[in-house]
Ligand binder design. Structure first.
Ligand code: RIB
Ligand code: CA
Length: 311
């Protein structure tokens, strides 16, 4: 039975690759994709989501436009990495399909109220999920799992921030949304930079050329949207595809339960996640997540290549 999932994305090059993997997976039943402001504004994120699904031959998957800004903070985009179009300035063109007329967080609540055993996979800022929870917390009783690409927990030698030295982008953009969710009691699997910055998982020039040589329809899309970043940087971190690969094969990652608290300061500590070494006092800003501390890099690369070589 395919696993029912809802995706929350800010495509974004790595979101787009994760979406192509999900669109190509027979193990996943995508109930819907909710776009969020993040790497690019929500208009562009919505159009990119529609375009990638169209190109993947999955235009029937419904897309719902989500939040245009974080709960409290100002939006910080990352076009310097993902390009003005959010897809590596690859000129993939605009979609001929349109998003559905239901607001993203409302779709999440509706889906949780009508479907059982749903997994939410978030590869962007968490605003939509926090809004859905605040609107209808009781709907989350039926949620099977919330798996997020987000945070940095000091668990490996690769634990260094990618916005400030102390914070990961998705959490940095909307730390309040993260706090709403980790305090909610929802079980959260957090895939952080601790594992997604492991160089063994990078899209480097060798892997880029291997993908290009696959010469499948999806592989061509992947090479188009990564061409510029590979030529400029020589490598690209696959944060979101790693997160999605865990849904396809849970053996990719190992997790450790942590007590945490996220900084809501607007200054240099914005998005910094304090990890408590022992059980902390019961305080409202403290909660728990299961954070990834180990990745089977080979297994991840196998899943990635399997899913982009299928068509
Ligand atoms: O920190 C990496 C995350 O931020 C990824 O999800 C990337 O797409 C950006 O959203
Ligand atoms: Ca993302």
């Amino acid at each position: 039975m395919p696993r029912k999932i809802i995706l929350n994305m800010d495509p974004g090059i790595d979101d787009a690759i994760a979406l192509l993997m999900a669109a190509n997976s027979t193990d996943l039943d995508i109930l819907g994709v909710v776009s969020t402001a993040g790497n690019v504004d929500v208009d562009r994120a919505t159009r990119n989501t529609l375009r990638i699904l169209e190109l993947a031959g999955r235009a029937e998957v419904p897309v719902y436009r989500g939040s245009s800004a974080p709960l409290i903070k100002d939006l910080v985009t990352s076009e310097e990495i993902h390009g003005r179009d959010g897809l590596g300035d690859s000129g993939l063109g605009d979609p001929s399909t349109r998003e559905r007329g239901v607001y993203g967080p409302k779709f999440i609540v509706n889906a949780l109220d009508t479907e059982s055993n749903v997994t939410i996979v978030s590869t962007g800022p968490l605003t939509n999920i926090a809004v859905a929870f605040l609107y209808s917390p009781e709907s989350f009783a039926s949620l099977d799992q919330l798996v997020i690409m987000g945070g940095m927990y000091g668990l490996t030698g690769y634990s260094i921030g990618n916005v400030t030295p102390y914070s990961e982008y998705n959490i940095y953009v909307d730390p309040e949304a993260f706090m709403v969710l980790y305090r909610s009691g929802i079980d959260i699997k957090a895939v952080g930079l601790d594992v997604t910055q492991d160089p063994r998982t990078y899209l480097d020039r060798d892997l880029y050329n291997e993908i290009k040589n696959l010469n499948t329809h999806v592989a061509r899309i992947v090479s188009m949207i990564t061409r510029r970043v590979i030529s400029e940087r020589g490598f690209f971190e696959l944060h979101d595809p790693i997160t999605l690969s865990y849904i396809i094969d849970s053996g990719v990652l190992k997790f450790r339960s942590l007590y945490i608290s996220v900084s809501l300061e607007n200054g240099y500590s914005r998005g910094y996640i304090h990890v408590f070494k022992s059980r902390p006092p019961k305080r409202s800003e403290i909660g728990r997540v299961d954070a990834a501390y180990h990745i089977d890099a080979e297994k991840f690369i196998d899943i990635l290549m399997d899913h982009i070589s299928r068509r």
